[in-house]
Structure formats: structure tokens, C-alpha cells
Design a binder for this molecule. Sequence first.
Ligand code: URP
Ligand code: ZN
Ligand code: ZN
Length: 460
Amino acid sequence: MSVLIKNGRVITATDDYIADIFIEGEKITAIGKNLAVKADKEIDAAGLLVMPGGIDPHVHLDMPFMGTFSSDTHETGTRAALYGGTTTVIDFVLQKQGHSLQAALDDWNSRAKGNAVGDYSFHMAVTDFNEATKKEINHFVEEEGITSFKTFMAYKGALMIDDRQMVDLMLEVKKQGGMVTVHATNGDMIDYLVAKHRSEGKLAPLYHYLSQPEITESEASSRFADMINYTGCPGYIVHLTCEGALNAVRNATKRNQKLFIETCIQYLILDASLYEQNFEGAKWVMSPPLREKKDQTTLWAGINQGLVNVVATDHCPFMWKQKLMGKDDFSKIPNGHPAIENRMELLFSEGVVKNKITINKYVEVASTNAAKIFGMFPKKGTIAVGSDADIVLFDPNKKHTLSASTHHMNVDYSGYEGWELTGKVKTVLLRGQVAIDDNKCLVKKGYGQFVKRNKVDTKI
Ligand code: URP
Ligand code: ZN
Ligand code: ZN
């Protein structure tokens, strides 16, 4: 099967030009003006942007968490991602404390394999690092193609590791050619504030926010950066939200560290005033919480300064019924919000249309950098001869409104209900197949493939 995409405006992280793209099988095989080739299928892309498929390296699909499971499966979540122009996601496998990494991978494979619609990979979350776990790292990097190891500096008793384990893990992961990623907030300090608020009868969602002040994140980010500096292991901070944490990173860059930064779309465009409502604020109970307007300004600047490398989602959806588990106590509200389908369109409308970032920067932070940092480039993350034909045809002028009544995520509310956006995904190709066309999904469950990743290349 061959496809010719004609006359589109091709945008990569560095380029912007009009061309035709020829696809044979799963790969791009030629790019040029007026290509003289015959194809099984021709797509007229005049007036459309032609961009690499989005990569969301931070999603939680079908994940056991806080006494329930995130509500999107690998099927519904990767399908919704495709509708929104994201062709590859990286999901988190969570080690159960007291059990092996392999047992966790087997568990995730049993739910993901054969179910994904879009392409996916895994990070391995190490929640219990000991002599036995240490022996498993090499196998994950060399055999499984899982080269990033997630850690939590919070969620004590379930996911958190201490600094002794962290340094030990960093040294092993560095030796094996991987990367350590982190949820960088000070878990003990947060647990203290949660207990204090509960004992004072302060139980509304607002107190979730007030239990995780900026300092809890800046302190942990700074500590992580120092440990990365000491061990020489490449590091990546997930869902960074605020000025204090970004300043810790800014400081680390003076030491020329291999430290990469992700923020998420919600931290760029939503703020903590949403917690001032009644229980409705539970829709945005996530960790870290939404911050202030000044933090949004810092994050947009951080993107343009090259300090913030990736805009992800931390997609972790829960049905409203699940959120109600915490109606009398904010600490029981499952943490997370849905965005896997909305990220690319929100970032375009709020970032590119509003002149906060250029169109090339958009591609860089929504796709290319994640591919490079996580060992998938140039298979994924760009439009080039030899790359997978993961391509989004995007109408930059089309206006539309986000709503739970029209989205494809398996969740019964939207964090962005009624938002009017400019710019909409029209067609999505995944490895040469038209996966989405005019809001219809044309590929089936099982089409999504697991992407084995390479060792870490820190030269982005
Ligand atoms: O609130 C969040 N972020 N839920 C998912 C788990 C995590 O911390 O990333
Ligand atoms: Zn987290
Ligand atoms: Zn997360």
C-alpha cells in the first residue's frame, strides 16, 4: 500500500516548506516538490499543516491507583490519543513493592498487548529498589527496550523510594545506558500538610492544593538535580509546574547536566483558582496541583528558553463516580485528569495561535524532543525519509469546541468543557495507515504496536 500526501505545508522541529510526501508500507520513502510517483491513495493536503504524529510520554492507562483504576484502557486511551493527533504514548508500568519489575511488566503486557489502537511504549516505575531489582535493570534496557526508569519522591508507602535507593538506582541505570525520571515533590512534607489539614477538618479539594505548596516541588526538583549531578545519570523531571522548580533546573544547567524537563498542557493553561469552587474542583485534583498565573508565564518562557523540553499530559482519567470517592476528604480523591485527546489541539490553539510559541517549537515539544530523549528518534518524532509515516494533517483555521459529549476518552467529564479552540486534527496516519479521517477512526484495536526504545542519547 502506498500513499501520496500532496501539497501540504510540512512542519518539523526545524523546517517549514510545501512538499509532497510519498509513503510505502509503514515508512516515508520520498519527500519533494511535485513528486512524479503513482500511489494507491492520494491525499490532497493543500491548506493543511503536515506534522509528525504527536508523542505523549506521560500517560497512565488502566493503572491501579488510590484504590481504583484509571478509566481509559490501552484501547480507549490510545484511540482517543489518535483522534487528537498523538500517535505514540509512553505509559507507566508500576512495580508493586515487594515484587519484581518483571512481574509488573507481565501484568501490564497482559492488559496492553493486542488492545492498543495507537503505538505505545512503557516506562518502568521502580518503587522498591534492592539487590534483586538491581539485577533486572540490564534486562529491561537490553532486551525489553524499556530504557527509562520512573521514580516517585512522594506517595510514601505505595510508590515512593528514599534517597538512598534513588542514588543506587541512578548509578545502576547510568551503567546500563538508561535514564531516571522522577515525580519530584517532597512526599514527607506533603504527608505532613495533608494530615494537618485533615485534623483541622479542612477537607475540600482546595486543601489538596494547599497541601502541595510550590516549595514541596522546588525542594525535590533541586534535590533530584543534585543527585543526577553527583551520579552522572541522565535525568528527566516529569510534570514540572512552577517557577521555583524551574529555577532549580536553571541552576542545574550551569553545571551542564543531562537533565530534561517535561511540563503538561494543564499547567500552561489552567490555574489554581479552579480549586476555589465546591467539590467541582475535584476534576483538577492532580499531583502536583495546578499553580498560579505567574507559573504559567514562567513555563511558557521556559519552553522558549529551551529549559522545558516536552509538553505531555500526565493523562490519568477517572470517572466522576470515582472522583466522588473523596467527596468528604480531599486526600481520597483519585489524583489525575484527562487530556490525552486534547493536548495537541490545546497547545496549538493556546500556544501557536496566541503567539506564545512558534510552529516549529510546537512540533519540537509535542513530538520531536520526546522521541529524542526517550530513544525513538528518527523512527518517531519527525517527517523524514526512513521515518515511520506517523503524520498529522491539521487544519490551522478550523474552530471547534471541546466537550465530554464529543470526546473519545473513557471519562464522563472534560477538564476543558466549552473551550473554543482554533486548529483541528483532520487526518492522522500511523505507520502509513489512515487511522483518523474527519473524526472517524479507521484502524482497529490491536493495530497499535509496542515501540522498543534505544539507549539514551543526551545530545538533544
Ligand atoms: O495526579 C496525578 N499526577 N496522577 C497520576 C500519578 C502521577 O503522579 O503522575
Ligand atoms: Zn506524578
Ligand atoms: Zn503521572
